[in-house]
Design a protein around this ligand. Structure first.
Ligand code: NAD
Ligand code: ZN
Length: 353
């Protein structure tokens, strides 16, 4: 199955399927050397599988730390040194083999090494259906996540869903939150299908999972096509992220993964949508479904409203110091909306345990 991505800077295909990694060999024909960036988990689980399908070319492999620890200045510098030491040039290609963290790091390495060399995404997480599309690549700064980065599109994305089977439950939950987000902002029938068919994240048939990921990527691709550089509607993809980021940034609030934090933010945004637009939707039914899937949806009790408010104001969508939210007028119809302090606070306390 192939999905074509159109952006103003580049068009490229996303190949998605089960056990399609063998297609890699021919697709790497034109490059001089291969630069694989992956992490420790992926190395031990899948590096040998990947290596079976590499063409006979000079290849160097950089193993980054797992997860978010890969997205640091020091790891980035190591990646650049590694590239220089191994003589990579503009005809070399970077292969990002891993989840969103590896995609973000490797993409930023590719975007900046010698002012940009080609890169390819080979995602291994559910979340990566989101992060591998759209061309945002970045590393973190101590003062903020993703604060140093670029818009840089890959040559192609090869998404082999066979890799998803080993994902820990928490990572499944984290990634699936973005699938649910993509449904909420685009299509009530997609959401309905998910709510009817998905009863546990552990038992989604691989073929259904592939279908959901493809749909999620289509939603993102359509938005990115219209607004690659986030001048307007790309912000819709931030549904649930205004509060989500604030929660995620404060690890003290319970060490939430990105998607777990976003899911709490989604429920908050839905409730705000009810307050502001009388959104016709049963949040009660929705959160009971979330509970069955293992999500927490209440705002943690130890979270202080004023501290969170400060974070939300710092959000990139904020206009003149007043937090702007992506709300839903209806399921599938997002809108950017400034929300009154009083409503923000009242809703916050309503959803707090
Ligand atoms: P990740 O890359 O941190 O991976 C999560 C964990 O799962 C890691 O420990 C990893 O080693 C492990 N893992 C990966 N694949 C596995 C597999 N197949 N089997 C077993 N374990 C596996 O996380 P992620 O959730 O994929 O991505 C999160 C990152 O993505 C964040 O840094 C976030 O900022 C970024 N992100 C970027 C965008 C974007 O548009 N660029 C969008 C959303 C999120
Ligand atoms: Zn997200």
């Amino acid at each position: 199955d192939t999905l074509d991505i159109y952006t103003s800077s580049k068009n490229y295909p996303v190949y998605i399927g089960n056990e399609i990694i063998n297609q890699l060999t021919e697709k790497l024909e034109g490059y001089s050397k291969l630069y694989i960036i992956t992490d420790k988990h992926i190395e031990s689980l899948y590096l040998q599988t990947l290596q079976k399908y590499l063409p006979d070319k000079e290849t160097h492999i950089f193993i980054a730390p797992n997860g978010e620890d890969a997205k640091t200045f020091s790891v980035y510098e190591e990646c650049i040194s590694f590239a220089l030491q191994n003589g990579f040039d503009r005809r070399s290609v970077v292969l990002a083999f891993g989840g969103g963290a590896i995609g973000d790091l490797a993409g930023f390495v590719a975007a900046t090494y010698m002012r940009g060399i080609p890169f390819i995404q080979i995602p291994t997480t559910i979340l990566a259906h989101d992060s591998a599309i759209g061309g945002k690549v970045a590393i973190n700064h101590s003062l903020g996540k993703n604060m140093v980065g670029a818009f840089y599109q890959p040559e192609f994305v090869l998404y082999d869903v066979q890799f998803l089977t080993t994902l820990p439950s928490r990572e499944k939950r984290s990634g699936f939150a973005e699938v649910i987000k993509h449904a909420l902002i685009s299509d009530s029938r997609f959401l309905q299908e998910l709510m009817e068919k998905v009863d546990s994240l552990e038992s989604i048939p691989i073929h259904d999972m592939q279908k959901y990921l493809r749909k999620g990527m289509e939603v993102k691709a359509n938005i990115v096509h219209l607004d690659e550089k986030e001048r307007n509607i790309r912000a819709y993809l931030n549904f649930g992220h205004t509060l989500g980021h604030a929660l995620e940034a404060n690890a003290g609030y319970g060490n939430l993964t990105h998607g777990e934090a976003v899911m709490i933010g989604i429920v908050y945004a839905l409730q705000l949508s009810k307050e502001v637009f009388q959104l016709p939707f049963s949040i009660k039914e929705f959160v009971s479904w979330l509970e069955r899937l293992g999500y927490k949806w209440r705002i943690p009790a130890n979270m202080d409203y004023d501290a969170v408010y400060e974070w939300m104001v710092r959000d990139k969508k904020s206009v003149s110091n007043s937090p702007t939210f992506v709300l839903l007028q209806e399921i599938g119809i997002p809108i950017l909306q400034k929300v009154d302090q009083a409503i923000l606070q009242k809703t916050f306390h309503l959803l707090q345990t």
